[in-house]
Design a protein around this ligand. Sequence first.
Ligand code: SAH
Length: 363
Amino acid sequence: MTGRPLDATGLLRDEAEALMAELGQSRYRGRQLFQWVQARRVTNLGAMTTLPRTLRATLAERISVSRPVVVREQRAADGTRKVLFGLRDGEEIESVLIPDEDRLTACVSTQVGCALACRFCLTGLMGMRRNLTPAEIVGEVLALQDSLEPGTRISNMVLMGMGEPLLNFRAVERALRILCDEYGAGFSPRRITLSTAGHVPGIRKLAASDLGVNLAVSLNATTDGMRDRLMPINKRWPIAELLEACRAYPLPQRRRLTFEYVMLDGVNDSAEDAQRLARLLCGIRGKINLIPFNVTPDLPDRPSPRERIEAFQRILCNAHLTATIRESRGQDISAACGMLRTGTDRDSTAKTPPTVKSEPKTG
Ligand code: SAH
């Protein structure tokens, strides 16, 4: 057999079935293969003992089962864990596991770097390096699950790691279909949240799909003037257009959109901002998640004082909006929101980091 082997980690169940049909096997063999890869997380074909030995030998010539490699793991004081993964071409991504009382959330990356250059986010300083493939996104989640003790399971997933998921729509969509398949990892779409910086065509595509995941929108400002400065994507899709797409987003009963709002000292945290935000979101079924800014020396802004965040929240609540303050997790290992970055200097146990091409952007 010639050509690159097919990567089973990125195969949908019906594609695995079609592959088996092509090999003259019954389709249920495809489901078995899918179960081995996705539910039992086995990467070695030889260990897939429900498949006949001869079939395993044939498969060995046709397919591989990929997995990103764990390069480093860090544990924060609050139990949050950050995992650095190495990809086949030497690129690296970070993912985070966030334990809570009753859940374990995986924060998943969808791109290496990011093209959007939001002023308050470290990933933006990397620039865009490349999209993750469906197999890499699925492999990231399966490898995170592998890193847990037996009996512990990832219960929730947020696409809030490195990258803008809607700028890698096809790969993200395929990965989510694989991860939500009942014969595979079996995630419930209702426990998955996709977060976007406001890519309007992507929101419309997601709305038209049957994926059924939750949508979070990083709003972060209440005027186009300020949002243009914080998030360059706003110049292309300004607030009014973004909120129109949000209004048109079909929500199942009792579900709401999430609006994320990073609190930056003296930038977007005034009482007027809170009032404007309440007016903007009037009539949209949504909740607001106020995010204390995670500071690093590489970024220009400072965090809003706690009292101001609470005052902001109070104004929103008085306007009958639901507003929560996101507790920052994993800050001591740079695992918190906006702190994920790879390819910069790291301890000597790590491999040679790829060079970062982009210059830091400031507003
Ligand atoms: N590109 C997507 C997903 C990645 S960012 C998006 O923009 O939504 C995930 C969240 O982290 C966003 O809501 C963003 O506003 C927030 N964030 C980014 N940098 C941050 C920082 N330094 N401190 C706190 N939150 C930050």
